[in-house]
Write a protein that binds this ligand. Structure first.
Ligand code: ATP
Length: 365
């Protein structure tokens, strides 16, 4: 059992910098929680406070309902895997994994059993006599994870553990850590700036910006129901498109006027936009939620734009288009080839549009 709770956690560094602001996170037993956000958003600081490597300025941190703010790191029953792996260069793989147990005075047979078990789980049995410099990046990463596994901790913490690996290995290790989570049945907290890593690994994702938690949710909730423009733009690649439109009403119909085209808003989008007649809104649409308009598509149901860049990726094409004021990216099947300079019309799926308040940037629907 290991639940972790952050209640109104703040971190103010000695120089007065407020790095984490009123963080509230509930982590369930065996959950894989990812903290994600751009550089400097406070995710590493948050993780280090959970580990006990950084003092908590205010708020309560509990592990299994016990307040641990003042419990030293070694007594928190937590193991952390660092970005740079922090392996001892002069020790073998075996000794790197055994070291933490030795200094905790585990008996020899227990150490041996735990190292062997971790090596088997991570498939590094053949490497136990090597030194770190004789290993590839991916193998070093496994040893760093092994060092955490041997401790049988209640909670595993990962600080950008894959950022030093090349793209292909990153994808492979991503899957390995996910499968490790399933096998170990442990609570894991994982920090990354990579939203794809967050989406593919997290049961629950915490999106942070400037020390503030923007949204907490499972991957699809964040993707489909972002609470604000930041989350909408951060989660998803290529990113959601944002168009500023002025809302107008003509004979009971609600339109979004982008300047270069005017589009009829329908369904829920119309309902929320109706409250903003005469004002501007931000119209958010994901690249995959637009299709080429049918030849006979009625006027005022399409977005008009010209093609600027075509990126054929094999399984799909990304087309960058310009409306005259805004650049959009559209994701279409590979059969839909167009040429740079083509004028095209796109029909957005109104059920997928997210409308944001122009000032607060909060989602309105
Ligand atoms: P990255 O992805 O770049 O590691 P991060 O989201 O993990 O970023 P943190 O390392 O938590 O960010 O840092 C959050 C903010 O706190 C940053 O603006 C950083 O400059 C600041 N900060 C970090 N450590 C200290 C410190 N010891 N003293 C003062 N400010 C600090």
């Amino acid at each position: 059992m290991a639940t972790v709770q952050l209640k109104n956690i703040n971190k103010v560094y000695d120089n007065g910098f407020h790095a984490v602001k009123d963080a509230n996170i509930n982590i369930q037993d065996r959950e894989f929680v990812v903290l994600v956000g751009p550089s400097g958003c406070g995710k590493t600081t948050t993780l280090r406070m959970v580990a006990g490597l950084e003092d908590i300025s205010s708020g309560d941190l509990t592990i299994d309902d016990k307040r641990v703010n003042d419990v030293p790191p070694k007594d928190r029953d937590i193991a952390m895997v660092f970005q740079n792996y922090a392996l001892y260069p002069h020790m073998t793989v075996h000794d790197n994994m055994a070291f933490g147990l030795k200094i905790r005075k585990f008996d020899k047979a227990d150490i041996q059993a735990r190292v062997n078990e971790a090596a088997r789980i991570l498939d590094i049995e053949a490497l136990l006599d090597r030194k770190p410099k004789q290993l590839s990046g991916g193998q070093r990463q496994r040893v760093a994870v092994g060092r955490a596994i041997v401790r049988h901790p209640k909670v595993f913490l990962f600080d950008e553990p894959l950022s030093n690996l090349d793209a292909k290995l990153r994808v492979q290790m991503r899957a390995e850590i996910s499968s490790l989570h399933t096998r170990l049945n442990a609570t894991m907290i994982y920090v990354t700036h990579d939203q794809v890593e967050a989406m593919t690994m997290g049961d629950k994702i915490v999106v942070m910006k400037d020390g503030v938690i923007m949204q907490i949710g499972d991957p699809l909730t964040l993707y489909n129901y972002p609470t604000n423009r930041f989350v909408a733009g951060f989660i998803g690649s290529p990113a959601m498109n944002f168009l500023t439109m002025k809302v107008t009403e003509e004979n009971g119909t609600i339109y979004g006027d982008e300047g270069n085209f005017k589009i009829e808003l329908t369904g829920k989008v119309a309902q929320v936009a109706k409250e903003k007649v005469g004002k501007e809104i931000i119209f958010g649409i994901r690249p995959e939620d637009m299709v080429y308009a049918a030849e006979n598509a009625p006027e005022n149901t399409t977005i008009s734009a010209s093609v600027e860049v075509v990126e054929p990726l094999g399984a799909e094409i990304h087309i960058y288009v310009n409306t005259g004021s805004n650049q959009l990216v559209v994701r279409v099947p590979p059969s839909h080839m167009v040429q740079v300079g083509d004028a095209i019309k796109l029909t957005p799926n109104m059920d997928k549009v997210v409308v944001f308040d122009i000032e607060t940037e909060e989602a309105l629907n």
